[in-house]
Write a protein that binds this ligand. Structure first.
Ligand SMILES: [Zn+2]
Length: 256
């Protein structure tokens, strides 16, 4: 069963001791990964990982946490990185939960990266947390690359309809397996299978029964199984649909 984890951070320090082994095992098990940059350094690292491994792809972007340092130079460097084979812009967006950058800077950096995605014809990986839904939708309506994913979708995001209407996919991860998360499981039924992506956000957000441990992309299987159970379809069907969706969205053709 081929799987596509649409959001992971294998370049993060948690993987420093055994990154090569983890990636090799993913390759053996048929797990494909979009490794997502959060700043210029990790965007570069994502590209390098993608260059070395046929099952890894790279996204380059600046996380809202770092928006306060987003300058014209950042934008230029990011544009140059994207030209080195990235399949998406991100992750970028708004985080009004942790508020690690002033909101004004977050909006500016997000808008600039959306414009870059439009210019490059690339999809965008959107991070949304806290009371930012309305502002994010407003910005997306102004500058919409027309393709992308709302990553780590949760019940706090509300109904997915407006995101779907803007052409976005919805990324579901480990939290869908958490006992307390009945609200997210209910919202899942509002997302057509052809607009669904699965993700781990490794090393974070491990699914049940791995909470408190390091997450890795192979565990996206547990997300697939939970979604299949909720939608009353086979895990194979969810795995195949989300794999195909990721390839469509990120413009990946794997051949046979
Ligand atoms: Zn992330």
């Amino acid at each position: 069963m081929r799987l596509f984890d649409s959001h992971a951070h294998l370049d993060f320090p948690q993987f420093a001791p055994d990154q090569e082994r983890v990636v090799r095992e993913l390759e053996e098990k048929g797990v494909y990964v979009l490794n997502v940059g959060v700043d210029l350094g990790s965007s570069q690292a994502s590209l390098e990982l993608a260059r070395r491994h046929r099952n890894i792809f790279a996204a380059c972007g600046i996380h809202p946490h770092d928006a306060k340092d987003f300058s014209e130079d950042t934008l230029k460097e990011l544009a140059a990185l994207l030209d080195q084979g990235a399949v998406a812009v991100g992750e970028c967006g708004l985080d009004y939960y942790r508020d690690l950058s002033p909101r004004e800077d977050q909006r500016r950096a997000f808008q600039a990266q959306l414009e870059l995605a439009v210019e490059k014809g690339l999809p965008v990986i959107v991070h949304l947390r806290g009371e930012a839904r309305d502002e994010l939708l407003e910005i997306l309506r102004e500058v919409n690359p027309g393709k992308g994913v709302i990553h780590a979708f949760s019940a706090a995001h509300g109904h997915p309809r407006e995101f779907l209407d803007l052409g976005f996919y919805i990324g579901i991860g480990g939290p869908v397996t958490y006992k307390k998360n009945a609200a997210l499981r209910a919202l899942l039924r509002e997302i057509p299978l052809e607009r669904l992506l699965v993700e781990t956000d490794s090393p974070y957000l491990p699914p049940e029964p791995f909470r408190g441990r390091r997450n890795d992309p192979e565990k996206v299987r547990f997300v697939v199984e939970k979604i299949a159970e909720i939608l009353r379809v086979s895990p194979k069907k969810v795995a195949e649909a989300t794999f195909r969706n990721a390839c469509d969205l990120f413009g990946i053709s794997l051949g046979s």
